[in-house]
Every structure is written in structure tokens, then in C-alpha cells.
Design a protein around this ligand. Structure first.
Ligand code: SAM
Length: 288
């Protein structure tokens, strides 16, 4: 089977169907076999695997994954790609294309009905305009996902992987690392896409923690405390938390910081996830 991941093969198929690339749907197709192989290797795809792909495009990555995995469900929003996928995936009977918007899709239902309840791997060259909502949807909705291996904008990968006291560290870093271990698979130059995007890209791998790594009493409060702490990066944690509109008085926050052994004049961006957990747990006892 000839690979689709060359400029020539991609051009041929899009021209054959008169396909028009949509910028607003983030359509930048991969045209390099090395990168496809790195994504497939990075996801450690093996014959028993169930894979969800978001945005198969013309099926370049889909076809390679299907040649190894047990089944691939590919969720594609763009109807005009469906006839192309019919052709490119005709020899891949273990692929099911679902014509839906991933953000409106009931992913757990999809996993239950089409992938025997999982566990699943999410592997995709994501549309950049919705990278964070997609990744967070998989993590937050308790989908049984073991690996998330996705192409994202380089800056987003940097933020997901960032450690405390760096400029990239923020609520996205805490949210992603709360659920998973993060590492970089490879960086990808613009020339590997058709058409070329305006940004540099990175393939990032999130491996979900098998058991929850952090013992959080009240997850909603934890994430609100994290958000509040990063809301005013130049202010002290005491100031940021007491002016954000949380349901705690300044005195309560002062006391909680003390009990959690966090100096009140530190900045939110210096706190480790463990410290955020400790603080939110102390605060959760005050609110009851
Ligand atoms: N996987 C292909 C590749 O690597 O060449 C295409 C990747 S392209 C960056 C992103 C794909 O996501 C496009 O096919 C686009 O139509 C699709 N897409 C965009 N928004 C989507 C959404 N909300 N739900 C599902 N698919 C979406």
C-alpha cells in the first residue's frame, strides 16, 4: 500500500476530489513519513490497541495506525473529507469514521459502543484552534485513555510540560500534569505540512496516571485555587487568591497558607502541584 504521507500523494488525492483546505478547521495535513512513524512509535501502538483519532484529514496517519492497531475510530467534522476517506481507507476494515464535532461528541459512549469500553489511546495531529479543550475533555471526563499522543503548537507543548517558576508554567501545566506524565516525542518543522502552518509544532505524549497521583478533597475547589493563583502572576499568592472572588475571606486564605506551609508573599507560579493540593485541601476544610 503506497503511503499518503508524501507531498505528491497528498496533492493527487486532494486535487482528484477538488478538496479545499479550510484554515478555520485547522487543516494542515502531514506530508512526511518520518513524522508519521514517530507518532505511531511514540504512541507505542500494538495489535491489541483501540485508538481514537481526532481529525483524520485524508487518512494519512489513520491508515498507518490501522495497519497495527485492533481498531481505529476516526472522528472528522468535515463532510467533504468523507469521500476521500472512503477511498484511502478502503483497505483498512478496522477503521470506523465518525462524522462529528469532537467537542460535541459523547466520547465515553463512543468508547463503549465502538471500542468495547476501552482502554483507548488518543492519537492525532490536532486542529490547533481546539487543542486544549480536546485534551482536557479526554482527561477530565474520566475517559479510559492510557496515552494521549498529539501534535500541538510548540508553545502549547511547552506550557503542558512546564515546571514551577518558569514563564510557561500555568494552570494548563497543572491541569495536564495532575492527570498525566508529560514528555516530548519530537518537534516538527512547518515544512512537514500541506499547507504550511504559521507556527512550529511539537508531538507531545501524556501518559495517564494509572491511579490518581494526588489526593484532592475537592477537585472543583482545587482547580479554582490553581486558576486564581495564576490570575495575577506579578502579585503574591495571598493577593491573587483574596481578590479573585473565591468564597474565602482574606484572613481564611492567610491562615490556610500558613497551615499549608506556604509563605504568603510567594507568587502563585512558584507553587508545585503538591503545594496547590495541600493548600486546596486545607481550604476545603474551612469551607465546610
Ligand atoms: N490527521 C490529518 C493529518 O495528520 O494529515 C489531518 C490533521 S489536520 C491538522 C486537523 C483535522 O481535524 C482536519 O481534518 C480537520 O477537518 C479536523 N477537525 C477540525 N476541527 C474538528 C472537530 N471539531 N472535530 C473533529 N475533527 C475536526
Amino acid at each position: 500500500m503506497e503511503r499518503l504521507s508524501t507531498p505528491k500523494a497528498t496533492k493527487e488525492i486532494v486535487e482528484k476530489y477538488g478538496f479545499k483546505f479550510s484554515k478555520s478547521l485547522g487543516q494542515n495535513f502531514l506530508i512526511n513519513s518520518n513524522i508519521i512513524d514517530k507518532i505511531v512509535d511514540g504512541a507505542q501502538i500494538s495489535p491489541g490497541d483501540y485508538v481514537i483519532e481526532v481529525g483524520p484529514g485524508i487518512g494519512t496517519l489513520t491508515r498507518e495506525m490501522a495497519s497495527i492497531a485492533k481498531k481505529v475510530v476516526a472522528v472528522e467534522i468535515d463532510k467533504t473529507l468523507l469521500p476521500i476517506l472512503d477511498e484511502t481507507l478502503k483497505d483498512s476494515p478496522n477503521v470506523e469514521v465518525v462524522n462529528e464535532d469532537i467537542l460535541k461528541c459523547d466520547i465515553q459512549k463512543l468508547v463503549d459502543e465502538k471500542l468495547e469500553g476501552g482502554p483507548v489511546k488518543l492519537v492525532a495531529n490536532l486542529p490547533y484552534y481546539i487543542t486544549t479543550p480536546i485534551v482536557m475533555k479526554f482527561l477530565e471526563e474520566n475517559i479510559p485513555v492510557t496515552h494521549i499522543v498529539v501534535m500541538v503548537q510548540k508553545e502549547v507543548a511547552d506550557r503542558m510540560k512546564a515546571v514551577p517558576s518558569t514563564k510557561d508554567y500555568g494552570s494548563l501545566s497543572v491541569a495536564v500534569q495532575y492527570y498525566s506524565d508529560v514528555d516530548i516525542v519530537t518537534t516538527v518543522p512547518r515544512s512537514m505540512f500541506m499547507p504550511q502552518p504559521n507556527v512550529e509544532s511539537t508531538v507531545i505524549r501524556l501518559k495517564s496516571h494509572k491511579e490518581p497521583k494526588y489526593n484532592v478533597n475537592d477537585k472543583d475547589l482545587f482547580f479554582r485555587v490553581v486558576k486564581a493563583s495564576f490570575s495575577k502572576r506579578r502579585k503574591t499568592i495571598l493577593n491573587a487568591l483574596s481578590t479573585y472572588g473565591l468564597e474565602f475571606s482574606k484572613d481564611d486564605i492567610k491562615e490556610s497558607l500558613k497551615e499549608a506551609n506556604i509563605e504568603e508573599n510567594r507568587r502563585g507560579e512558584t507553587l508545585s502541584i503538591e503545594e496547590f493540593v495541600k493548600l486546596a485541601n486545607v481550604m476545603s476544610q474551612k469551607s465546610t
